[in-house]
Design a protein around this ligand. Sequence first.
Ligand SMILES: Nc1nc2c(ncn2[C@@H]2O[C@H](COP(=O)(O)OP(=O)(O)OP(=O)(O)O)[C@@H](O)[C@H]2O)c(=O)[nH]1
Ligand SMILES: [Zn+2]
Length: 187
Amino acid sequence: MSINHEQIEQAVRLILEAIGEDPNREGLLDTPKRVAKMYAEVFAGLNEDPKQHLQTVFSEEHEELVLVKDIPFYSMCEHHLVPFFGVAHVAYIPRGGKVTGLSKLARTVEAVARRPQLQERITATVADAIVEALDPHGVMVVVEAEHMCMTMRGVKKPGAKTVTTAVRGVLETDAEARAEILALIKS
Ligand SMILES: Nc1nc2c(ncn2[C@@H]2O[C@H](COP(=O)(O)OP(=O)(O)OP(=O)(O)O)[C@@H](O)[C@H]2O)c(=O)[nH]1
Ligand SMILES: [Zn+2]
């Protein structure tokens, strides 16, 4: 389903009224429209299947590690609808001469992040999309993020970082390979 701009505009007007603002004052007149446009952008991933980006594959006999690290992302915490953002590191070991375009790994992160989300779900969904699309020997996804719901409100702990990992395939039982990936991420 595509995003309903009109409904978002009505809702934003109601929120402005509910906080005691005047939605008709000059500075706020276009705000509902702007917010609808913004939500269409930040929630665009709802209309995408993350696996669709991984269909671009090349035949290359490389059955060793591929790591794209420091992929910046922005998402919206599904509990408070405020941003959380950081970087994702995506590693996989191709199988059967099937490698995907490097940018497609970043596009997959983007498609998964642009929804109301939990950091754990972003991490697992990216890993599972790669498993399903590429059938690799193994996958490891590491996500580091700062949650605005923990900084600008609530517990108010700016700088606190959350790190989540999702590991699939041979990497689940290969501690040495996981350590190598983590070392490459830090390097
Ligand atoms: N596991 C997980 N928790 C998250 C994520 N984003 C936000 N949260 C947490 O979701 C929880 C929601 O807690 P609630 O008690 O329902 O809501 P709240 O009263 O606003 O909680 P506080 O943030 O502690 O003020 C908070 O602990 C948030 O830190 C996420 O990506 N993963
Ligand atoms: Zn939150």
